[in-house]
Design a protein around this ligand. Structure first.
Ligand code: NAD
Length: 249
C-alpha cells in the first residue's frame, strides 16, 4: 500500500530531489515550500498522488495547516512518514561578530521549525497508529567548523529534539531519527563556497570526506528512505552520519 509522505523545504536542494524521487515511485506526497509556485509542477506531473501545501516552518499555524492537507479525508486521510528538511545556513561570521538577529534567524528555521513541524506531525500520526520522522540535522550536529557557531548550536539542538521526541515512541507510536549529512552539493553550498568565512573550510573539506568526494542529495535520500522503512523499525533516536567519513576522523 502506498505510504503518505510530507517533506518540508521541497523547493530546492535535498528536499526537491527527495520529493521528485518519492513522487516518481508513486507514493502519496504532500510537498511543501513557503510558496507552492516554487514546487516545479510536481502536482501536475503526479495528479492524484501529490498535493502541495504552503509551509513556512517558523509559523505554527502554517505547520498545522500543512499537516491538515495530508490528513484531510478528501486527500490522503493520514500521514505515515515525514522529513523535516527545511533549513538555513550560517552567517559565516566569527562568534564575536554574530548578532542576536543572526542567531535567532537560524534557530527560528533550523530548531523551532523542526519542533513546530514535529509537534503537529506527531499529533496527527498518533491518531492513525503512528509513523516515522527523519529530521535533517548536519555533521555540524556533532562537530564544529569555524564561522558557524549559530548553525552548529542549532544542529546540536536538532539532535536533542530528535532524541526527546524519539523517547516518547512508546506513547506516540512515532519513531524519530536524524540524518547528519556532510557537505552535500546543493544550492546551499553553491551560495556558501565563495563566502570569505566558509572558503577555507570548503577548500579543506574534501580531504576530510574520506570516501573522496562530496555528497549528492541522493546519498542522503537513501539513508532517509531506509530510516523511514519497516526495515528500520528497531531504529529510534539514532543520529545517522551521512558524511563520507567526515566525522569519523
Ligand atoms: N548541503 C549541505 O551540505 C548540508 C549539509 C548538512 C545539512 N544540510 C541540511 O539539509 C537541509 C536542506 O538543505 P539544502 O542543502 O538542500 O539547502 P537549500 O538551501 O537548497 O534548501 C533549503 C530549503 O529549505 C527551505 N526553507 C528555508 N527557510 C524555510 C522556512 N522558513 N520554511 C520552509 N522552508 C524553508 C528553502 O526554501 C529550501 O527549499 C537543511 O536543513 C540543511 O541545514 C545541508
Amino acid at each position: 500500500m502506498a505510504r503518505t509522505w510530507l517533506i518540508t523545504g521541497c523547493s530546492s536542494g535535498f528536499g526537491k530531489v527527495l520529493a521528485h524521487a518519492v513522487a516518481a515511485r508513486g507514493d502519496n506526497l504532500v510537498a511543501t515550500a513557503r510558496g507552492t509556485d516554487d514546487l516545479g509542477g510536481l502536482a501536475e506531473r503526479h495528479p492524484g498522488t501529490v498535493r502541495l501545501a504552503a509551509l513556512d516552518v517558523t509559523k505554527e499555524g502554517s505547520a498545522a495547516a500543512a499537516v491538515a492537507v495530508a490528513v484531510a479525508r478528501d486527500a490522503f486521510g493520514g500521514l505515515d512518514v515525514l522529513v523535516n528538511n527545511a533549513g538555513v545556513e550560517m552567517h559565516n561570521k566569527l562568534t564575536a561578530d554574530l548578532t542576536p538577529d543572526d542567531w535567532e534567524t537560524v534557530f527560528a528555521v533550523d530548531v523551532k521549525g523542526v519542533f513546530l513541524c514535529m509537534k503537529h506531525e506527531i499529533a496527527a500520526m498518533r491518531k492513525t497508529g503512528g509513523g516515522a520522522i527523519v529530521n535533517n540535522s548536519s555533521m555540524n550536529g556533532l562537530v564544529a567548523i569555524p564561522h558557524a557557531t549559530e548553525y552548529t548550536a542549532a544542529k546540536h539542538a536538532v539532535n536533542g529534539a530528535t532524541r526527546g521526541a524519539a523517547s516518547e515512541a512508546r506513547e506516540t507510536g512515532v519513531r524519530v531519527n536524524a540524518v547528519l549529512p556532510g557537505l552535500i552539493e546543493t544550492p546551499m553550498i553553491d551560495r556558501l563556497q565563495d563566502e570569505p568565512g566558509f572558503k577555507d573550510h570548503y577548500a579543506s573539506a574534501l580531504e576530510r570526506h574520506s570516501v573522496g568526494r562530496f555528497g549528492k542529495p541522493e546519498d542522503v535520500g537513501y539513508a532517509v528512505r531506509w530510516l523511514l522503512s519497516d526495515e528500520a523499525s528497531f531504529v529510534n533516536g539514532a543520529m545517522i552520519a551521512v558524511d563520507g567519513g567526515y566525522t569519523a576522523r
